[in-house]
Design a protein around this ligand. Structure first.
Ligand code: HAM
Length: 418
């Protein structure tokens, strides 16, 4: 029996890995531009971190976690998201003493979801977290950083959807209003939403079921219930986003799937991705640190799905990276030239020049035909060159060919001659 990768996971194959590097490099550049430093946390954590942090009522905790017992019977979970893990590390290492603390992460996350286009069981996120400030200017910075990443990847026609979920003083009143609204309509909701009604009625607002959507359309909006302070912060955020030239729409249905959010929440979506249209989601989570046993620390952040970015770039043709290929390809035409050719290959590599060898292949035409566009020069060593102490160099762009002393193999590349 052949063994294949588990459902909902996939291999990044060598012919595609350069696309990942391209996105990851763009992400690291944005993090550096905005002053965010990398944090790397474990792939698995104590399960309690997520049940307390993300919330028992969330879909993630109720049915999507990869949870297992270790050999000592402790419950562990593969991280389903990065925010709770980052906050755990910040508290554990007292990093919050510096404010704002600006962190980024890049790596795999795990959710036992029903796999479909754009939704996987192992997926990768790039995330930013700004910890220690409760100020709309940092919420705006987070949104600007996400938009800047997408612009740098040449992604267009994205929708920034914004909402505010209020704080611990105004949210309970909104929750009551929602409960009384859905209470009389509960029979018409899907079975998932009937469950959500009991644990977190807010989540009914982003159910994809058409009947639930219809009902939710006339539900009260969170924005009508914001207290003065949340209202002012939201207005402040809108003003700053306008200065940053970010087009956004206010969508009271953006409630997010994780329970830790307070005040600002946002999603950035694309109309070209089908049902899994969010390339990024985030918001403020002022209660998370306390929820997982720390002191009260305000924070805001976002995470973008790398697989979805890649899919979108491929769909829209905005991909401009090229695969990394050897600059120099060394060909030994005859067995008698093999050792000399390997000596030249060694000298090139010792000097940091990406080079490759013909390894047993002798048909020059075939070799030349198989080279990628990244290869600039081909070094050919046959018996004539061996006898004369030279190399025949073919410039793959100009198609010109010259003969150079074998001793010049490295210098020739540095000078970029021909
Ligand atoms: P999230 O909305 O669950 O938020 O995930 C963020 C992004 O990760 C999504 O917009 C999507 O692009 C990608 N994503 C999520 N699940 C999957 C999946 N199963 N397959 C493929 N891609 C997926 C969070 O994770 C929060 N921690 C974001 C955050 C950071 N909030 C504050 N700081």
């Amino acid at each position: 029996m052949k063994i294949s990768a588990p459902r909902g996971t996939s291999d990044v194959l060598p012919q595609d890995s350069y696309k990942w590097h391209y996105i990851e490099m763009a992400a690291r550049r944005i993090a550096a531009t905005f002053g965010y430093k990398e944090i790397r946390t474990p792939i698995f954590e104590h399960t309690e971190l997520f049940t307390r942090g993300i919330g028992k009522g969330s879909d993630i905790v109720r049915k999507e976690m990869y949870t297992f017992e270790d050999k000592k019977g402790r419950s562990m979970t593969l991280r389903p998201e990065g925010t709770a893990t980052v906050m755990r590390s910040v508290l554990q290492n007292n990093l919050y003493l510096k404010s704002p603390l600006k962190l980024f992460y890049l790596g795999p996350f795990f959710r036992y979801e029903r796999p479909q286009e754009g939704r996987f069981r192992q997926f990768n996120q790039f995330g930013l977290e700004a910890i220690g400030l409760d100020d709309a200017s940092i919420d705006a910075e987070i949104i600007l950083a996400a938009c800047s990443l997408f612009t740098s990847l040449d992604l267009k026609h994205l929708q920034v959807q914004l909402n505010s979920l209020g704080c611990s003083s105004c949210r309970p009143k909104y929750r009551e209003a929602l409960i009384s609204f859905f209470d009389s309509r509960i029979d018409k909701l899907c079975s998932d939403c009937q469950e959500r009604f009991k644990v977190n009625p807010l989540r009914i607002l982003d159910c994809k079921n058409p009947d639930c959507k219809n009902i939710a359309d006339s539900a009260p909006s969170t924005l009508e219930f914001l207290c003065e302070s949340c209202k002012n912060d939201f207005l402040d955020l809108e003003q700053i986003l306008k200065i940053y030239e970010i087009d956004f729409t206010i969508n009271p249905k953006i409630v997010r799937g994780l329970d830790y959010y307070t005040k600002t929440v946002f999603e950035i979506t694309s109309g070209q991705l089908g049902s899994q249209d969010a390339i990024c989601g985030g918001g403020r989570y002022n209660g998370l640190a306390e929820e997982i046993g720390g002191k009260s620390i305000p924070a805001v952040g976002f995470a973008a799905g790398i697989e979805r970015l890649l899919a979108l770039m491929q769909k829209t043709g905005s991909f401009s990276g090229i695969p990394v290929e050897p600059r120099v390809f060394v060909i030994s035409i005859e067995d008698s030239c093999r050792l000399k050719a390997l000596e030249i290959l060694y000298a090139l590599r010792k000097n940091g020049i990406h080079s490759e060898f013909s390894y047993g292949k002798k048909n020059i035409k075939k070799i030349l035909g198989s080279l990628g566009e990244g290869t600039e020069f081909v070094y050919i060593i046959g018996s004539d060159e061996l006898a004369a102490g030279t190399i025949s160099v073919k410039n793959m762009k100009t198609k010109c060919q010259v003969e150079i002393p074998a001793l010049d193999a490295v210098n020739f590349i540095s000078r970029g001659n021909l």
